[in-house]
Each structure stands twice: as C-alpha cells, then as structure tokens.
Unconditional design. Structure first.
Length: 276
C-alpha cells in the first residue's frame, strides 16, 4: 500500500466513521471501478501504475487506495446511484469481451455515457471535494454520530444544526452532470476499438476526451466506428491518457503500451467542450 492517498492540489477533508465502522459505510470509494481495473491485471492480479508524484512505476492491486477517494460522496451515491450505473456498464463490458455485443447501439450508448459521466464526476469529487451547505432558516437536528451514520446507511439526507454535509448532495451533482452530458452528446456515436498487439493505458480520468478503456486491447471511443486500430492509433490514445492523467495512469504492461511513434495516418478523437 502507498503511505498516503494521492490527491489534487486542494486538500479534501476526510470524516472518519465511528471506530470499527459499525454500519459498514464505504470509506475507500473507487473512482474507476475495481471491476474495470481487474480486467487490466496480469497473472499475479496486479497492474503497473505510473505515479506522477513519485516519478516511477509501482505494481499495485485493484483495491489499492490510490484508485480511491476517501469517503468523499455518501453511501447513497456509492451503493445506490453509482452501483446501478456501474453494474449496467460492467455487464456491457463483459458482453463486448465475449462477443455478444459487437457495436454500440442506442441502448448501449446510454450505458456508456452514464458511466463516462460518472467516472469523470467522481474524479472531480476526489480532487475538489463537496462543500457543506448551510440551510438558512432550517435548524435541522442535533444528531449523534451513530444516528448520522444510520441515516446515511439508509440513503437518507439530513442536516445537523442547519448544515448539510457536501457529500450527502453528491447524487444530485451526479445526475446534474449526467443529464447535461447526455443532452450535449445526443448525436454522438461510440465505436468499439480493438488492438491486436499493443495495449491501452488508463488514466485516472480522461477529462474532456471521451474514451472508456475496457481491457488491455479493447476501448470504447466516441466518434470512432467499430474498428481494429493500428499501432499508431493506439499510441494516440495512450498519449492522450498520459497527457490528461492528474495523478497516475496504469496498464497491464506499460512496456507494451506504445506512447512514442510517428503518427500516420491522422487520427481524430472526440472532445467534450464542457468539462462536466
């Protein structure tokens, strides 16, 4: 394990649970799903992670804290909203891998875009946190720590002494960003991109570039038809991943994930003009 969780420039306040976490609230919250990282692991169950802060590659397991936010959003957003989006996407990813889905149709498009928006929103939460909100004119309740955790476990929003914790409003932000993203990209088409030999790199977030890596040799890319990519085209995607990574990027084997080549022919990728 790394000695500390890597974050952006802003320090995000962490509120620990009660000792022993009696209500089993999720503390380490994956930004990119653990199931997605596992598809990039080698035979030893690890991925190779280049940590920008350290300037070197570290072999890590998918449950390492580097992949997680530290209780930045609430249990409703984690186990309810987020899990529902993740489950649909993971089912689609398995179907693409086994060949039962060979193109991104209308149904699949919605699943991909909801997942991409969730991934990007979680990354924003991880870097910036969510500010508490003062409810003027609403006193709220003086709840004990145990009472607060019980309510959160039951996916209930609450205020304490007129203040609602920012993480309790995370689901509202998730849906808000998601609805805007879906609206802005109504005509966008996504393609399934495959590589025969070279492998994809996954950043902690692709930010404005609409790409979702599925496995070392499969990615879903906006504005691209279903296709087999050349080594140069895989290089373009990997260069974009490295350029947009905030704290780290990973792959199954970074040595076979090309990042430097003369790019030919030209390869155009799609960007989202609005960050969220």
């Amino acid at each position: 394990m790394l000695p500390e969780q890597i974050r952006g420039k802003r320090i995000v306040k962490f509120e620990p649970t009660q000792p022993g976490n009696p209500h089993r609230l999720t503390v380490d919250q994956h930004v990119f799903p653990k199931a997605g990282i596992q598809r990039f692991t080698n035979s030893d169950g690890i991925v190779e992670v280049f940590v920008k802060k350290l300037g070197r590659v570290i072999p890590l397991k998918p449950n390492n804290a580097i992949f997680c936010a530290k209780r930045v959003w609430d249990q409703k957003t984690e186990a309810g909203v987020g899990k529902n989006i993740e489950d649909r996407f993971q089912a689609l990813a398995r179907a693409i891998e086994n060949g039962s889905v060979i193109t991104i149709g209308i149904f699949e498009k919605r699943i991909v875009e909801e997942f991409f928006s969730l991934w990007r929103t979680r990354h924003k939460f991880r870097l910036e946190g969510l500010e508490d909100v003062s409810l003027y004119g609403v006193a709220g309740d003086s709840l004990t720590k145990d009472q607060q955790e019980i309510l959160e476990r039951k996916h209930v929003m609450y205020a304490v002494d007129g203040v609602m914790k920012g993480r309790l409003m995370a689901s509202l932000h998730v849906f808000g960003y998601q609805n805007q993203f879906l609206q802005d990209n109504q005509t966008m088409q996504w393609g399934i991109a495959r590589s025969y030999s070279d492998e994809f790199i996954v950043p902690d977030c692709f930010d404005d570039m609409m790409i979702v890596p599925l496995s070392p040799k499969i990615a879903i890319v906006a504005g691209l038809p279903d296709s087999i990519l050349t080594p140069d085209q895989v290089t373009v995607i990997n260069q974009a991943a490295i350029a947009r990574a905030t704290d780290f990027y990973f792959a199954r084997r970074l040595a076979v994930s090309p990042v430097v080549r003369k790019i030919s022919p030209p390869f155009e990728l799609q960007f989202d003009d609005r960050p969220y």
